[in-house]
Ligand binder design. Structure first.
Ligand code: SF4
Length: 456
């Protein structure tokens, strides 16, 4: 273990740098492309039971984390991960492998670009160049091959999103920089990462911070003479990004880069709607097993591994905290349902984000996940009207950064409530007990006084 006692909070946990929580150490296993062959999944389930408390969380970066690991069981767990070829050589190498990829990479013939070979190639470039080890802990990349399960709405500091004709759209902090040919995509993305390291200020840990600042600077009035401001066309002709990025970076007006004109054409592929609500069989030949609030136990993971092995499928973790079984020609609804996992896209729990809360999390002021499960029947009425719901153990809001239609935040064992707000918004009522909350929500629903918002 590389020098961490697991005491650091606000850190992205890894295996070599675990995070201490209310129920012990959290050990995150970073899976390349979220890929987990059945044998490894079964081995990880066994390890979660043997070295942790048997609970496994799926993260929004398609990784898996074991909970309840003790100081005594940590080293044996690391040894087991090494045997499974799931342990990095150093904590720095582990941390920099922060890549979200399309969960059907290599398995979706409708994808405009097969990103499968790029995933490991990007990881190796990040590990191999020590300059990138200075990227902040949460700084991440995204590789989106498009096709049936595009990663629309999944954010990353630097993203490559496949469009058509062998081109990726290159994004930084959510802003389109230009279009690059597939064979130049990694160089372009890594070049943007280098520019981030060169341009970031001490308080800027994410690409959106740097891009936002540069956009602001570009909108300031041009100096009477000299360089540095937008050109007549509105482009950042002389700004630091424009001259230094490997593609023509045109943050000011998003005009196409010199490398390629805009490649976006209407999608010919029928995309899966709202992937976060995906559950059950899909006609494209895969099955989604959704874990309520992203948590499953070792037995459920073992069960999924057995089903996948029986049908010659692999497991893929998704950024929507679910697990795909693919490719799969048969319907395994009954088998997966019997494990207690969600197989119905209409299950209200798919529209509820909930962090572990207390006692799993030391900062938790309420047992968010357990209470979200209790509230699910009453919240179902809101979900049916298109609402999104966030139940948070404290104001930090780990489970959802964006506003939700209904946000419940733990406060000293009770809950504040806010509508169309994020977890940091002030409560619109006095904090309520769970019983009071149920009554309040039921009343709002029966009075028909709730209007669904856009925050679904
Ligand atoms: S939001 Fe939840 S998981 Fe995050 S610190 Fe608060 S209680 Fe813990």
């Amino acid at each position: 273990m590389s020098g961490s006692s697991g005491q650091i909070k606000g850190w992205c946990p890894g295996a070599l740098r675990p995070m201490r929580s209310g129920d012990g150490l959290i050990v995150r296993v970073r899976l390349t492309g979220g890929d987990l062959i059945p044998d490894r999944a079964a081995a990880l389930a066994e390890a979660a039971r043997r070295f942790g408390n048997g609970l496994v969380d799926l993260t929004s970066r398609a990784n898996l984390q074991m909970r309840g690991v003790s100081d005594e069981t940590l080293q044996p767990l690391l040894d087991r991960l090494a045997e499974l070829s799931l342990l990095d050589a150093s904590a720095a190498a582990e941390q920099v492998r922060n890549v979200i990829a399309s969960p059907l990479a290599g398995l979706d013939p409708s994808a405009p670009i097969d990103i499968q070979p790029l995933i490991r190639a990007l990881e190796l470039r990040l590990i191999g160049n020590e300059r990138f080890h200075f990227l902040p802990a949460k700084f991440g990349f995204l590789l989106d091959g498009g096709g049936v399960l595009p990663l629309d709405g999944v954010e990353a500091d630097i993203a490559l999103r496949a469009e058509v004709d062998g081109h990726f759209r290159l994004e930084a902090g959510g802003e389109t920089l230009g279009w690059v040919r597939a064979e130049e995509a990694l160089e372009a993305a890594l070049g943007v990462a280098e520019r981030f390291l060169a341009l970031r200020q001490p308080d800027e840990s994410r690409m959106r911070d740097v891009v936002g600042r540069l956009l602001n600077e570009a909108q300031q009035p041009s100096p009477p003479s000299g360089e540095g401001g937008p050109t007549k066309s509105g482009r950042m002709g002389c700004g630091p990004l424009a001259t230094s990025f490997p593609v023509g970076v045109l943050l000011a007006d998003h005009t196409p880069s010199p490398v390629a004109s805009q490649r976006h054409l209407p999608h010919l592929v029928k995309k899966a709607a709202a992937p976060s609500r995906l559950a059950g069989p899909h006609p494209a030949g895969f099955f989604t097993a959704a874990a309520p609030f992203g948590r499953l136990d070792a037995g459920q993971l073992e069960g999924l591994a057995a089903i996948a092995a029986r049908h010659g499928a692999t497991l893929r973790l998704t950024p929507w905290r679910s697990i795909l079984l693919a490719p799969l020609a048969v319907d395994v609804t009954t088998q997966v349902s019997s494990l207690g996992l969600v197989v119905d896209p209409g299950d209200p729990r798919l529209a509820i984000a909930a962090c572990p809360g207390s006692p799993s999390c030391l900062s938790g002021e309420a047992p968010a996940q357990a209470d979200a499960a209790r509230l699910a029947p009453v919240l179902a009425g809101f979900v049916e009207r298109g609402a999104s719901v966030h139940v948070s153990g404290c104001a930090k809001g780990c489970a959802r950064r964006a506003p939700a239609s209904i946000t419940l935040v733990g406060q000293g064992g009770r809950y504040g409530i806010a509508f169309d707000a994020d977890s940091k918004a002030p409560s619109e009522t006095e904090p309520m007990s769970l019983g009071e909350l149920m009554a309040f929500l039921t009343k709002r629903l029966t009075e028909n006084s709730f209007k669904s918002s856009d925050h679904v």
